[in-house]
Design a protein around this ligand. Structure first.
Ligand SMILES: NC(=O)c1ccc[n+]([C@@H]2O[C@H](COP(=O)([O-])OP(=O)(O)OC[C@H]3O[C@@H](n4cnc5c(N)ncnc54)[C@H](OP(=O)(O)O)[C@@H]3O)[C@@H](O)[C@H]2O)c1
Length: 318
């Protein structure tokens, strides 16, 4: 248990990754301002029950598209962790309004306030999606921080989430350079692991659907996975390490979809799973080398799977 540290802000505090980050920050002795869109919504209730939340966590009502609402939670903070962003579950009817504007304009709104308030460092949660969609990257080569998703390719394949995350990360790093604001980005790949909140986020739903075999046929692509608790550790690590800079890939295990299904089937025989896999060009996942050099370590995928399934079963999500 650490002594009382500085004041930091976490945007979208009630989200899946953010909740674990807030928990970790509180347990390390930070005072935390969390932004949520509705402090009275049931889905944020778990935050108030976190250890030390009564003394050290204050929730603020804020929307990324309302600059004035962002000022109070960020004022006085030495650091900001920007996690808030829509993560769609289904096809978007208006991608620009529903995805691109909150991701890109929302991030820039936040950074402007951070400059105004003279925040020491801003950690922006990007995504493996800002790396993975690059058809020119050799398929047999692990991706690293020099690899950016091709925005036109994302758009032409209808992948508006990856498009928005790529553009938002580019803009965030450019904004940092142009305005002498210390901006560091982290790109988690597919995040699984136990939930702190009662509601389901998109990546947990993806994992549950894998167990349930909701989609009978899956494209047999490779995917990098990472534990949500290790993502929270990564975000804090890049915040505290003075030498951290630029982008950080955040991935632990890379698996093909049929290998993941078989791994799960061997442990949990009572679920249905996809029954067929269509072969595709398998591209390598993301390297966590840069993050590991900073001191990051991660759990074994088997313990992440066990903790996830237990959590989903206990909460009757499975
Ligand atoms: N989970 C993954 O596999 C994964 C992988 C890579 C990157 N990421 C990134 O990690 C971050 C957190 O994702 P998550 O998985 O934790 O998702 P999540 O549980 O859905 O959390 C997203 C949060 O963003 C907030 N938000 C959305 N639009 C907002 C707006 N206009 N103003 C203020 N807040 C807004 C949501 O608040 P409400 O509750 O009010 O809607 C929610 O708290 C996102 O930036 C996502 O792109 C996630």
């Amino acid at each position: 248990m650490g002594s009382v540290k500085g004041l930091v802000c976490v945007t979208g505090a009630g989200g899946y990754i953010a909740s674990w980050l807030v928990k970790r920050l509180l347990s390390d002795g930070y005072k935390v301002h969390g932004t949520v869109r509705d402090p009275h919504d049931e889905k944020n209730r778990h935050l108030k029950k976190l250890d030390k939340a009564v003394e050290n966590l204050k929730l603020f009502k804020a929307d990324l598209l309302d600059c004035d609402s962002l000022l109070s939670p960020i004022a006085g903070c030495e650091g900001v962790f920007h996690t808030a962003c829509p993560v769609p579950r289904s096809k978007l009817s208006d991608p620009e309004t529903e995805m691109v504007v909150p991701a890109v304009t929302g991030t820039l709104n936040l950074l402007k306030i951070c400059s105004q308030v003279k925040v020491r460092r801003v950690v922006v949660v990007s995504s493996g999606g800002a790396v993975a969609m690059n058809p020119n990257w050799p398929s047999d080569k692990e991706k690293d921080e020099t690899c950016w998703s091709d925005k036109e390719y994302c758009k032409s394949t209808g992948n508006w989430y990856f498009y928005a995350k790529t553009l938002a990360e580019e803009e965030a790093l450019n904004y940092g350079k142009m305005n002498e604001l210390d901006v560091v980005t982290v790109m988690p790949c597919m995040v699984i692991g136990p939930l702190l909140q009662s509601t389901l986020n998109s990546s947990s739903l993806w994992f549950i659907n894998m167990l349930k075999g909701t989609q009978k046929t899956l494209v047999n692509k490779g995917m990098s996975l990472v534990d949500v608790r290790d993502v929270a550790d990564a975000l804090l690590l890049v915040y505290v390490k003075p030498e951290a800079n630029g982008r950080y890939g955040c991935a632990s295990n890379w698996l093909k979809m049929d290998d993941l299904a078989n791994k799960l089937k061997n442990i949990y025989q009572n679920y249905k799973y996809p029954t067929s896999f269509t072969e595709t060009t398998v591209t390598k996942g993301m390297s966590p080398k840069k993050l590991k050099a900073l001191g990051w370590s991660c759990r074994d995928i088997d313990s992440t799977i066990a903790d996830s399934v237990k959590c989903f079963e206990d909460a009757a999500h499975l």
